[in-house]
Unconditional design. Structure first.
Length: 343
């Protein structure tokens, strides 16, 4: 059985080698994040706030790594256990182990009937959690809650019977509080969706007052902050966009936030800061053409021909991961520049 399991893993690795290698890179960088704060973790949302900087550090130390062609803008560690350790450290891992041990003891007391179905459900979620992010979906939490309730009910029927009213009351109260919180959030997000759609239709300036109102309610949502900062950038409010972008970066330091902040810095004539953001974006995703191209354009504004030529060489040596009209346009412009400076 063990040999079959190992053979299956080897087969799946070679069947989806790029995907598997991409996960290995993510897990390696995630492990480095865990080592930075092993006991308490980085807090809730710690992965989104720190991971891409860790990936950039990896490629800064390993510029020739074969992983560079696979690197992408990562939003999840593709392993719930690693994600838990990043956010809550060994303390969080200890509580998870205690819960698993409690569930195991409950199953041992009553391993038959609905308990076997419940434990199989939990095992399937546990295995899925090794390679993906099932707890991002509400139905996973529902299945876990039902399965654990069944196991505890079957294992400790007397205790369950005596405390069922207290348990039911606690569940109803918790569900009510969560619903009240989520109703307000959902209303704000529906309004945000409508505002964003109107802005995409060319009404950005008219929508900015609504964005400012929504900011009071959604200022802890990194996706909203990025969208708000991007709309301010489009409207030409670069200083305000930069400020909102900094708030976004503290919660979600991703590739696109670096590009947005680079553009804001460039528009504000803070070229060195713009270069710093672009170099960080280039390290986060070494296979992307946009960061070095934008660096090239800044050197062009500074009339720094030597740096333009150096950056152009880097762009031309870069392997193409996904051919696209944008990549072809960039390469065409860079080749034209190289031809012009030869003459």
């Amino acid at each position: 059985m063990m040999a079959g399991f190992v053979a299956a893993i080897v087969f799946l690795y070679h069947y989806k080698k790029d995907s598997a290698d991409g996960r290995l890179l993510i897990w390696q960088c995630t492990w480095e994040l865990i080592k930075e704060s092993p006991l308490t973790g980085h807090g809730n949302g710690g992965f989104e706030a720190n991971y891409m900087h860790q990936q950039a550090d990896f490629f800064r130390l390993h510029p020739e790594s074969p992983y560079s062609r696979l690197a992408d803008d990562v939003k999840s560690p593709f392993n719930e256990y690693l994600g838990l350790c990043v956010s809550y450290g060994l303390i969080g891992a200890f509580f998870l182990c205690a819960m698993i041990w409690t569930i195991y003891l409950a199953w041992r007391r009553h391993p038959h009937g609905s308990s076997s179905t419940a434990i199989l459900c939990l095992l399937s979620i546990a295995v899925f959690s090794l390679f993906s992010y099932p707890f991002r979906y509400p139905h996973t939490w529902f299945f876990c809650a039902v399965s654990i309730s069944l196991l505890l009910h079957n294992a400790y029927p007397v205790v369950w019977h005596k405390s069922r009213r207290a348990i039911l009351s606690a569940c109803v109260l918790t569900a009510t509080l969560i619903s009240l919180r989520d109703i307000s959030r959902i209303r704000s997000e529906i309004r945000w969706c409508d505002t964003a759609n109107r802005s995409l239709c060319g009404l950005t300036d008219k929508m900015l007052p609504t964005y400012r109102e929504l900011y009071e309610e959604l200022n802890k949502n990194p996706l909203f902050l990025y969208n708000y900062a991007a709309e301010l950038n489009v409207a030409g409010h670069h200083a305000e966009s930069y400020r909102i972008g900094q708030e976004c970066e503290s919660l979600m330091a991703d590739y696109y936030t670096q590009l947005l902040q680079a553009d804001n810095s460039k528009r504000l004539k803070r070229y060195e800061e713009a270069k710093r953001y672009l170099r960080q974006a280039a390290l986060m995703c070494p296979n992307r053409f946009t960061p070095p191209y934008e660096l090239f354009k800044i050197h062009q504004e500074e009339s720094d021909t030597a740096s333009m030529a150096q950056t152009a060489e880097c762009i031309l040596r870069k392997p193409i991961k996904i051919d696209s009209p944008e990549v072809r346009r960039i390469l065409s412009e860079i080749k034209k520049f190289k031809t012009d400076i030869r003459h």
